[in-house]
Design a protein around this ligand. Structure first.
Ligand code: ADP
Ligand code: MG
Ligand code: ZN
Length: 487
């Protein structure tokens, strides 16, 4: 791909569908519960029986307005719904209610930050409301398909970006930012694997330096970050081959096969007139007045950017730590619970808390493949452990060992430290005794260190720490070793 990138550039726009965590469906009172028995959350409205009337769920409007405000969108005072007509077995109405000409949110943007610290602004064309279709189940038997209508009428919002994205990293960073906001706003669970967040990726390519966009294709239903990245790369390469061979790219809907790592055409791309859009006659206008907007603004929770600033101010952490902690709402909450339980709150204990979470907590979550909410260790257990470090009773390395012991045995830090007699030795006389012993036993290393081979200090400190069973206060060991060597 590297060589192609010297000649060609991808132009990418994403359409992200996010299932809203409203209690009930978009236009009826059926539950949106995910694991309900098939066809149990249905009623005449979402099944599309003749003569029924849809009623818009106000919670859905509140949710989309939150996302609109969080992505700097303008809000339409008056928007309407449309019918998008198409036949699909799991769409019994024969049309989907969606917003077409007047999306409720439009003209927004998100700032993204890339790995090399460059910032990019990605435009958001529109965010609109629509309903999901049911689910066809084909793998139940060889000669029958089943249909589950529970998902029919479940509310979605579709977030459409401008074709402002120029690299695959930008695409996944933008997608991640959208996901992060949805989760912070508590309107979507951010779960791509379960399909509550789905992405269609549009891509075209053009010669470097050229103004005009090429013809795009749209890759449907990508359900992981990996797939978005891989599908875009595969499609970029495919379009490159097509163009280099003298052919042209056609406006097509593509599908991506993750095992073959290949995109292939699904159908020629449908155009708006294929759907015979017309205004939904059964629904009134959606009106958003100043009061409504004001109350939604007041309900907005703290968003990632504000949280980062607060973490910097309140906890004096380095940006690196802040970015990882704030990336995940749960993780940042966990951090704040740990720090709120600390007996001594200062820059050092805040940083130690972050160290334990970023190195130890994240490692066990990853090793055990569990979520933070399934972690048996509670924030208060970790605060206790950090107390020992801040009182200089154990050092950072011992803290890591104790953490692991806490994780495997479920015991408290104090129990483990007492049982294993881990309180560190800060008594000068005891440490001097150990240092003298090690200097005697390692005469040549000690002499070489004295004559200026500074790298030998590490060796000596290591031996001293080992002799003390890891309990010597490392700072004292360092100081005292130098004093004793001088003599
Ligand atoms: P459709 O309903 O046909 O998918 P939308 O307007 O919902 O159309 O979405 C079009 C998407 O394609 C947007 O994300 C937009 O940024 C992107 N797009 C438009 N033109 C191009 C292009 N030439 N190359 C790449 N992406 C494009
Ligand atoms: Mg589309
Ligand atoms: Zn219903």
């Amino acid at each position: 791909m590297k060589e192609i990138l010297q000649k060609y550039e991808p132009v990418i726009g994403l359409e992200i569908h996010a299932q809203m965590k409203t209690k009930t469906k978009a236009f009826c009172r059926c539950s949106t519960e995910f694991n309900a028995p098939s066809n149990s959350n249905v009623c005449p409205v979402c099944l599309g029986h003749p003569g029924v009337l849809p009623v818009l769920n106000e919670e859905l409007v509140n949710f989309i307005l939150k996302m609109g405000l969080a992505t700097n969108c303008k809000i339409k005072e008056r928007s309407i719904f449309a019918r998008k007509n198409y036949f699909y077995p799991d769409l019994s109405k024969g049309y989907q209610i969606t917003q077409f000409e007047t999306p409720i949110c439009y003209g927004g943007y998100l700032d993204i930050e890339l790995k090399d610290d460059t910032k990019r602004k990605i435009g958001i064309t529109r965010i609109h409301m629509e309903e999901d279709a049911g689910k066809s189940i084909h793998d139940f038997s060889d000669d029958e398909s089943l249909i589950d209508f529970n998902r029919c009428g479940v509310p979605l919002i579709e977030i459409v970006s401008e074709p402002d994205i120029r690299t695959i990293e930008e695409a996944t960073t933008y997608l991640n930012k959208v996901k992060q906001l949805l989760v912070y706003l508590e309107i979507n669970d951010g779960n791509m694997e379960e399909g509550s967040l789905r992405c269609d990726a549009n891509i075209s390519i053009r010669k470097k330096g050229e103004e005009k966009f090429g013809t795009r294709t749209e890759i449907k239903n990508l359900n992981s970050f990996r797939n978005v990245a891989d599908a875009l790369e595969a499609e970029f390469n495919r379009q490159y081959e097509v163009i280099e061979s003298g052919d042209k790219v056609y406006y097509t809907t593509m599908t991506y096969d993750a095992t073959l790592k290949k995109t292939s055409p699904l159908r020629s791309k449908e155009e708006a007139h294929d759907y015979r859009y017309f205004p939904e006659p059964d629904l009134v206008y959606v009106e958003v007045n100043e009061n409504k907007l004001e109350s939604i603004k007041n309900e907005l929770p703290e968003l990632p950017e504000e949280k980062k600033l607060r973490f910097k101010k309140d906890y004096l952490l380095p940006d690196y730590d802040i970015n990882i902690l704030v990336q995940d709402k749960e993780l940042s909450n966990f951090y704040e619970q740990v720090t709120s339980n600390l007996a001594t709150k200062n820059e050092k204990t805040f940083k130690t808390s972050s160290n334990i979470i970023l190195s130890e907590v994240l490692r066990v979550l990853n090793d055990e493949k569990i979520d933070l909410k399934n972690l048996k260790l509670k924030p208060v257990n970790i605060s206790e452990l950090i107390g020992f470090v801040s009182r200089n009773e154990i050092n950072n390395n011992t803290a890591k060992d104790v953490f692991n012991e806490m994780f495997t045995t479920g015991k408290n830090a104090s129990e483990i430290i007492k049982e294993k007699n881990l309180i560190q030795v800060s008594d000068d006389n005891l440490i001097i005794e150990i240092i003298n012993k090690i200097i005697l036993e390692n005469k040549s290393e000690a002499d070489r260190y004295k004559s200026g081979e500074s790298k030998l200090k590490g060796v000596l400190v290591g031996k001293i720490m080992k002799e003390s069973k890891g309990k010597a206060n490392p700072q004292k060991v360092n100081e005292l070793l130098d004093k004793l060597i001088e003599n």
